[in-house]
Ligand binder design. Sequence first.
Ligand SMILES: Nc1ncnc2c1ncn2[C@@H]1O[C@H](COP(=O)(O)OP(=O)(O)OP(=O)(O)O)[C@@H](O)[C@H]1O
Length: 241
Amino acid sequence: MLRHVHKTLRRSVGKALHRYDMIADGDRVLVGLSGGADSLTLMWCLKERLARVPIHYDLFAVYIDPGFEDGFSDDLIRYSDGMGYALRVEHTDFGPLSHSDVNLENPCFLCSRLRRKRLFEVARELGCRKLALGHNKDDIIETLFLNMCYAGEISTMLPVQPFFQGAFTVIRPLAFSDEEVIRRFAKEMAFPEFVNSCPSAATSRRAEIKAMLKTLYRSNRKIKGNIFRSMSHVKPDYLLQ
Ligand SMILES: Nc1ncnc2c1ncn2[C@@H]1O[C@H](COP(=O)(O)OP(=O)(O)OP(=O)(O)O)[C@@H](O)[C@H]1O
């Protein structure tokens, strides 16, 4: 069972890494580790791969602690140590700040903007030009729908995305990996679950879109693959001008 799910995951990660030439020899890669199944799996895959590929890259891990009560930073540090990598923790108040009266915008919007900024700052400090995030295929589809529904545009997150005139590149090696496969892998590997006590976690717009898509996928098993493929099969002549 583990072998099967590992093979599926390894294939989808390999496909993303190769197709977009995500990591080159000598790269210093900062992995954003949130403690969820996606980023724990991402870190595991990138580390495991080092032993199999003819290139060398250095991996670093950072957790931006949002500052909610019942945080899990210490547990995550211990876990990372046990997995053989040092975790840097940035203690912040981004979570409570985003949910306070000071913030007039959507809490998720502000929190993720502040987090992203801090991730780039740490990357700069550590001399990492690549920032690896654990977004998966489902996240990419959800973002397409979020952007259509709430921003009025057809766009999504890219597997490789340059920032600041190419000074940094965000890479998403799980871009072709199904959430379900990642969950199964994390379960088989007995990865711990570090759950964030963010009050918006279950009520975000993303959670709504996720629920809607789940219903859609249940009606026909081809729908998910077709939506994903449609993002690289755009016919601009058949869109409105
Ligand atoms: N607090 C954080 N510190 C560092 N990186 C983060 C943090 N939160 C998110 N990330 C990075 O951004 C990615 C996407 O985060 P998001 O919260 O949207 O997804 P997620 O599905 O909850 O991912 P995960 O299962 O890894 O928690 C994560 O996989 C991780 O790489």
